[in-house]
Design a protein around this ligand. Structure first.
Ligand code: NAP
Length: 253
């Protein structure tokens, strides 16, 4: 699909976690390219709503709550726009880092929340998205993964495990060879968002690698959320998308 020649009226994207950070950058870049976006998060995005009132639809949904997700999916309302579009995208961006620390410090409720947001919701939305679009010309699913899904970090056992789950989900889905479906699990690099602030606020005892991220911030080596969002969308719209189920963004600032 060419990013310049496709008829935008024919496209529709669902983006989770559009309220801030990388998800906001991804949603903004899609909207700037006239791709209508359905943004899902607990909070809204007033700034995007102001700029793109006609093409942004906001859904308030807590992705840590599988019952609420199921209720929303079974309402069927969300499907209507999808069924009419020619090419549809699902960007599974929402994610949480907590709980940080070794097992004995992890609150089981936080573990359950992280698994629900980072994995459960992604798998539920992906299945419903594909089932609802069997007549659509092309479907693309992008999981926002992390280098932490590929390299283990002390203190991040839950986060690492959930991101590795996304990578393996994409690999297995690719083997299904579902007609007109492309999927990729993408590591975006280190992006200057609230999640990075959370990392810097952690104790070294809970996260021994903390200093590396503090140094990256001090040396302005974090990627910007808006330019990274735009690079993610370049990738999502590219002809190459989905040629590998697991991928990473090339270096950029
Ligand atoms: P962020 O600034 O903390 O934003 C997280 C987003 O996830 C927010 O929009 C938030 O929306 C949404 N979210 C969290 N809990 C949710 C819930 N229960 N229900 C619905 N949405 C929820 O983090 P970020 O850095 O932009 O992270 C975005 C993605 O990139 C994550 O998957 C993260 O793992 C991944 N990532 C980030 C980095 C990095 O360096 N920043 C690196 C690699 C991968 P609400 O709070 O409004 O619900």
């Amino acid at each position: 699909m060419s990013a310049t020649t496709t008829d935008r009226a024919d496209l529709l994207a669902i983006v989770t976690g559009h309220s801030r950070g990388l998800g906001e950058g991804i949603a903004q870049s899609l909207l700037e390219r006239d791709v209508p976006v359905v943004g899902i998060a607990r909070g809204g995005n007033a700034s995007l709503a102001r700029r793109f009132g006609k093409t942004l639809t906001q859904v308030t949904l807590d992705l840590s709550d599988p019952v609420a997700i199921e209720r929303w999916l079974s309402s069927g309302v969300w499907k209507q726009g999808l069924e009419l579009a020619g090419t549809v995208f699902l960007v599974n961006n929402s994610g949480v880092l907590q709980p940080i620390g070794p097992l004995q410090t992890q609150d089981p409720a936080d573990v359950a929340r992280a698994v629900a947001v980072n994995v459960g919701a992604v798998l539920m939305l992906s299945a419903a998205f594909v089932a609802a679009t069997m007549e659509v010309k092309e479907r693309r699913i992008l999981h926002v993964s992390s280098g932490a899904g590929r390299k283990a970090y002390a203190g991040w056992s839950v986060y690492c495990a959930t991101k590795a789950a996304l990578d393996h989900h994409a690999r297995a889905v690719a083997l299904d060879a579902t007609p007109r479906l492309r999927i990729s699990s993408l590591a975006p690099g280190v992006v200057d968002t609230a999640m990075q602030a959370e990392i810097r606020a952690t104790t070294t005892e809970h996260f021994p690698d903390k200093e590396r991220f503090v140094t990256m911030k001090r040396e302005s080596r974090l990627k910007r959320a808006d330019t990274t969002g735009s690079a993610v969308v370049d990738f999502l719209l590219s002809d190459d998308f989905g040629s590998e189920p697991v991928s990473e963004l090339p270096a950029l600032r």
